[in-house]
Design a protein. Structure first.
Length: 255
């Protein structure tokens, strides 16, 4: 099965998340071991391994789909991979909480961005795969980096856009800018608009173990993820994880 067909099949599976009880076809039951492994690999590369697992787990226990046979060892591997995704997410949340408390103790506001903010729109937030933690420290980029260095942690600059460091074993990006403003005039203009939004609209918040964590207002996120998806589409193609972020966010806000 070629790359396009695997892509098409993965989208077919994910589209069925809310229509499990209506599936009654032979497509999935006819897949070979090799094709299932291709589905696994492609889902992993697209950042939707856990979401695909959720759908297939429902299908496997559905009386309407007794013919779906995912190879046993692959399903064990899939299950363990999802557990790793969940555990990594929970470790990241603990790190987010500790970072926010540390910055607050030193008079610095921290705004949590991107993946961990968007995960709240998923049915199971722990199944939104997050590679790192993205933060913004309004007016305190350099001071925030210094505070991290005071902990004995090395801070590296990644161009002009953000710094990188590792906190509690978790990679963190401290954003100086939201977009790569050196890349285009468009990004420079959108960057200015994003900052205007932050100044005009109050931040929202999430709660992690009783600690309030600031996240951007919806107006900011709507503009940011739209630009983020366009950037990735033209530079590396559509990434399913980001498309799900887009879909879940806007469906939540519209409803």
């Amino acid at each position: 099965m070629n790359h396009f067909k695997i892509n098409e099949l993965l989208i077919y599976i994910l589209k069925r998340e809310y229509k499990v009880d209506k599936i009654n076809d032979l497509l999935l039951s006819s897949l070979t071991k090799n094709e299932w492994e291709q589905v696994f690999n492609f889902a992993s590369n697209q950042g939707v391994l856990a979401l695909t697992y959720d759908v297939l787990d429902k299908l496997k226990i559905s009386d309407n789909n007794p013919g779906i046979e995912i190879p046993g060892l692959l399903w064990i591997k899939w299950t363990l991979s999802v557990e790793n995704i969940q555990n990594r997410y929970l470790r990241q949340r603990e790190a987010i909480k500790e970072l926010a408390l540390y910055f607050k103790k030193n008079g610095v506001d921290m705004i949590l961005m991107k993946g961990h903010d968007l995960s709240r729109y998923y049915d199971n937030p722990t199944h939104r795969e997050c590679g790192d933690i993205d933060i913004f420290l309004p007016g305190n980029f350099d001071f925030g980096n210094k505070l991290i260095e005071n902990l004995g942690i090395e801070v590296k600059m990644e161009g002009l856009k953000h710094s990188n460091f590792t906190f509690k074993g978790i990679p963190v990006e401290n954003h100086k800018t939201f977009l790569n403003i050196t890349a285009s005039r468009t990004d420079t203009l959108i960057e200015l608009k994003l900052r205007d939004i932050l100044n005009e609209f109050p931040c929202e918040s999430i709660n992690i173990d009783g600690v309030k964590i600031k996240v951007p207002p919806a107006e900011f996120t709507a503009l940011f993820i739209t630009r983020h998806n366009i950037y990735h589409f033209f530079n590396s193609g559509a990434v399913l994880k980001y498309l799900f972020d887009f879909s879940f966010f806007f469906n939540n806000k519209i409803s």
